[in-house]
Ligand binder design. Structure first.
Ligand code: ARG
Length: 609
């Protein structure tokens, strides 16, 4: 056969001749994409369906045994029961076509199996040549996206919702960067509102400057809790539901809103000490925000102008001195929402509306994403609806990416309230799991770091392995296990591939690997692994379409399982040189794809454990 002894270059030359290479540089690297084009072009005159429709119906099956691509016939108006016609279609595609191994009818689908030589020669070499850039899309004119995520509230707990927002937001940021966007990561702190009144008044009574300096987030939280308890006690004790502390707090917040110097100084100190601490904690997660904004930073003028505009266009009405918008005429379920309190102070939604206006002016983004829990779904719809009513033509650039709840996130010490606590606790527990293992390759000195990375992978993967909207239960034991679909399992797979690499590197060089004779790979396990690798770019596209991290995570699990099943049959040591080289090349390519995928998920791949 034509491909038997071909090198990568001749096979890709054939591909290039046959495939109308489309648009950007990237598609050229996409084997599946190229095949989709070829198939749709070939089928168009045969079934009289538009190329584009065929193209979009062609997709990757869930299982390798079902082919490299499948086409659902009923979707294109074809009757799969008309077997002879369908089979004729199959054979007219595969006949004399070196690109296909076979094309067959199964049930409602036509299954396309790519020719192994094309797969092997194109996929492995592409990955090795591009290395950590494999999967990256290059664009000459990058678009700008602002991604707002994490956004905890100063003096309040960093709860599971913030954790999920942090994980998913970082994933989205990495994903958009992979697709060539210029990403700005923004943390929109809850640093304004009546809790600052409570905090300031409470700090006067219970605050301690030394503790504040040492651990601002914890200390402010303690003060906040104490003060709230005091307010509750006062309310209970008073006959007419009055609390002096609460009144003082309201006064303080009003003076903040009015720009009182003394109040602002105190608030600024709380804020900046908290941010210093956040920066440190996020860096443990390997994350860095470009901007710490916050509810406090919304421009006064924007609030005034926007409230006026709302009033002028007749959208607002009075409600006992407060200003309200009735959204029901536009969408019944959106109800009414207050945008200004009777004491003239702003609200969460007022600040969100105005923050988006400020941001649009300042960054002129092509897109902005808010990563916020689905508890705020209704709120976000109200918010976007108001922007629409304000006739801001960039509303369509905004998107709310939501997620479900986490249950049972508690540590031995009780309820987890701070990100630091979660990281420390996970590291400790991971260390315990590791020490119970017999063989550890990590030097003693790196043990803690490794445990931390493994623990983070555990948390991240547990969070991203099912659809975002699903709720899940925080399960220490399960997520920290090295078996099953967990973060530590993916890390283990990566580190094992690193071990193979370092054991064999004296025998075979990376350069040798790039020019390996891949046609020596004959075993089904090796072929299947390559077939999976060839899907990576397609999976990234699907991940981008759905913004679901689970699309990528599921793929990485499948890939890792396939890698594990190759160890038995695909040896490097003790093999003839050409076979050893091809085998190692495939392991290196697998490690690269796994590492690139993990990086997008915000996980640092581990070399040794
Ligand atoms: N700080 C808010 C909270 O903890 C989340 C902020 C979300 N972002 C926004 N633009 N509203 O609930």
């Amino acid at each position: 056969p034509f491909f038997k002894h071909s090198t990568y270059f001749s096979s890709s030359a054939v591909l290039r001749q046959t495939i109308p290479i489309q648009s950007s540089l990237n598609d050229e690297h996409e084997l599946l994409e190229a095949y989709r084009s070829i198939i749709s072009k070939k089928l168009e005159p045969l079934i009289h369906v538009k190329q584009d429709d065929i193209h979009s119906s062609l997709h990757k099956p869930n299982k390798l045994e079902d082919g490299d691509l499948i086409l659902p016939l009923p979707k294109l108006g074809l009757d799969p029961k008309n077997v002879s016609e369908a089979e004729q279609l199959c054979s007219s595609i595969s006949k004399n076509n070196i690109l296909f191994d076979k094309v067959v009818l199964k049930g409602n689908f036509i299954q396309f199996f790519f020719h192994h030589d094309v797969l092997l020669n194109k996929t492995i070499n592409d990955i090795l040549v591009s290395g950590s850039n494999y999967g990256r899309r290059s664009t000459s004119n990058p678009k700008m996206i602002l991604i707002e995520f994490s956004s905890p509230n100063i003096a309040k707990p960093f709860h599971a919702g913030h954790l999920r927002s942090t994980i998913i937001g970082e994933f989205l940021s990495n994903l958009y960067e992979t697709f060539g966007w210029k990403v700005t990561r923004m943390n929109y702190l809850g640093d304004w509102g009546k809790q600052f009144g409570i905090l300031a008044v409470g700090y006067e009574m219970f605050g301690n400057p030394v503790e504040l300096e040492l651990d601002p987030i914890n200390h402010l939280f303690k003060v906040y809790v104490k003060t709230n308890t005091l307010i509750e006690d006062e309310l209970k004790a008073s006959k007419n539901s009055q609390s002096i502390t609460r009144l003082k707090a309201q006064d303080f917040f009003r003076s903040l809103e009015e720009g009182d110097k003394k109040a602002l100084t105190l608030w600024k100190m709380f804020r900046s000490l908290s941010i210093d601490k956040y920066i440190k904690t996020y860096s443990k997660l390997g994350m860095k925000f470009d901007i710490y904004s916050g509810e406090s930073e919304v421009k006064k003028q924007t609030i005034l102008d926007t409230l006026n505009k709302l009033k002028d266009t007749g959208l607002t009405q009075d409600n006992h001195g407060a200003t309200e918008i009735d959204l029901t005429p536009y969408n019944k379920k959106l109800g009414k929402i207050i945008v200004k309190k009777s004491d003239n102070t702003s609200l969460y939604i007022t600040r969100d509306i105005c923050a988006s206006i400020d941001r649009h002016e300042k960054y002129n983004f092509d897109k902005m994403i808010y990563v916020i829990a689905s508890q705020q779904d209704l709120y976000m719809q109200q918010f976007f609806e108001i922007l629409r009513l304000l006739k801001l033509d960039w509303v369509d650039k905004l998107e709310h990416v939501n997620f479900g709840m986490v249950k049972g996130m508690s540590t031995r010490k009780g309820n987890v309230v701070f990100l630091d606590t979660i990281i420390d606790e996970t590291t400790k527990q991971m260390l315990g799991v590791m020490q119970s293992k017999k063989q550890l390759l990590v030097p003693e000195a790196d043990l803690n770091d490794t445990a931390e990375q493994l623990g983070l992978a555990a948390i991240f993967i547990q969070d991203m392995k099912s659809k975002r909207v699903n709720n899940y239960k925080f399960e220490w034991k399960r997520m920290l296990s090295f078996e099953g679909n967990t973060g530590p399992y993916l890390q283990y797979t990566h580190s094992r591939l690193c071990a193979i690499e370092s054991k064999c590197k004296e025998l075979v060089s990376l350069e040798d690997c790039k020019s390996a004779n891949f046609s020596t790979l004959k075993k089904p396990d090796a072929i299947n692994l390559t077939r999976l690798l060839s899907q990576y770019n397609y999976v990234l596209n699907k991940t981008m379409e759905s913004k679901e991290p689970s699309t990528l995570v599921t793929y990485l699990f499948t890939l890792s399982h396939q890698i594990s099943s190759c160890y038995k049959s695909m040896w490097v040591l003790g093999q003839p040189k050409d076979i050893a080289t091809a085998h190692l090349a495939l392991y290196l390519a697998s490690r690269q794809v796994l590492a690139n995928g993990l990086e997008i998920l915000g996980i640092k791949p581990i070399q040794k454990m």
